[in-house]
Ligand binder design. Structure first.
Ligand SMILES: NC(=O)c1ccc[n+]([C@@H]2O[C@H](COP(=O)([O-])OP(=O)(O)OC[C@H]3O[C@@H](n4cnc5c(N)ncnc54)[C@H](OP(=O)(O)O)[C@@H]3O)[C@@H](O)[C@H]2O)c1
Length: 240
């Protein structure tokens, strides 16, 4: 029987690369996204080329009811073998200018969304007494980033949440880990000033989504696994 990955925010960028990587390993993919239907349909087509099944779920992770409605029944009937919490947004501004809306939107999506997803998926996974959870945080959550107080707070919050969760569910054979990407080539980073950031990266280049996906694939698929409650930086040396 094929295993199933539930990827939250899997239609574009890093999430898409993760979905394609696990599909390539023979996993069926349940892919969630918010509103970009065209990108999701395109990703689904690419996933299906691996001969696996791909189901799409469109909803806003910041909306508890919508999350429950979209995923509750499916996860209760067939708990996924791995869950990757990847959905995330940035609304950058210096703290002194940051609007309440910029703060709330980022925290609601990146951090409250984690609660909403966990509340729907965790109990079914616990029932199975097996599983892998990977949370996509960020270097900004590890070391902080000027202009990203909201984003850094949400991503640091995810690290704390994942570590605490790891302590709760380890005995149920659910392994929880975090990946913390640095600057990865996606739509989110298209506008960044390359000339200012590049000198800070010892490898001298931005990362590729596939380079995050290969680590997540390992954390989801490796059978000989004693990595639990860890934060794995994927940042070209940006944070050492
Ligand atoms: N790119 C980087 O350099 C970088 C570095 C460190 C960490 N990260 C983190 O890695 C993750 C992916 O980043 P990315 O650059 O690949 O982002 P991206 O290209 O903007 O893709 C974001 C994905 O999340 C979904 N999403 C966003 N808000 C959502 C919401 N409210 N409800 C449901 N789904 C939502 C999007 O769905 P739609 O397509 O429908 O919008 C899309 O599938 C994020 O958590 C980000 O913070 C990125």
């Amino acid at each position: 029987m094929r295993k199933t990955l539930l990827i939250i925010g899997g239609s574009r960028g890093i999430g898409k690369a993760i979905a394609l990587s696990l599909a390539g390993s023979g996993w069926n993919i349940w892919l969630t996204y918010r509103s970009n239907h065209a990108a999701a349909e395109e990703t689904k087509k690419e996933i299906e080329k691996s001969g696996v099944v791909c189901r799409l779920f469109a909803f806003d992770v910041a909306d508890y009811r919508a999350t429950e409605e979209a995923l509750g029944k499916a996860c209760d009937e067939t708990p996924p073998h791995a869950l990757v919490y990847n959905a995330g947004i940035a609304r950058d501004n210096l703290m002194v200018w940051m609007t309440r809306e910029e703060w709330d939107t980022v925290i609601s999506t990146n951090l409250n969304g984690f609660y909403n997803i966990m509340h729907v998926v965790l109990f079914p996974m616990l029932r199975e007494k097996r599983g892998r959870i990977v949370v996509v945080s960020s270097t900004s959550g590890q070391i902080g980033q000027a202009g990203q107080v909201n984003y850094s707070a949400s991503k640091a919050g995810l690290i704390g949440a994942a570590k605490a969760l790891a302590r709760e569910v380890g005995r149920k054979n659910i392994l929880v880990n975090v990946v913390a990407p640095g600057v990865i080539e996606t739509e989110m980073t298209e506008e960044l000033p390359q000339d200012k950031i590049m000198p800070l990266i010892p490898l001298g280049r931005f990362g590729r989504p596939e380079e995050v996906a290969s680590v997540v694939n390992f954390l989801c698929t490796e059978e000989n696994m004693y990595i639990h409650g860890q934060v794995i930086g994927i940042n070209g040396g940006l944070a050492i």
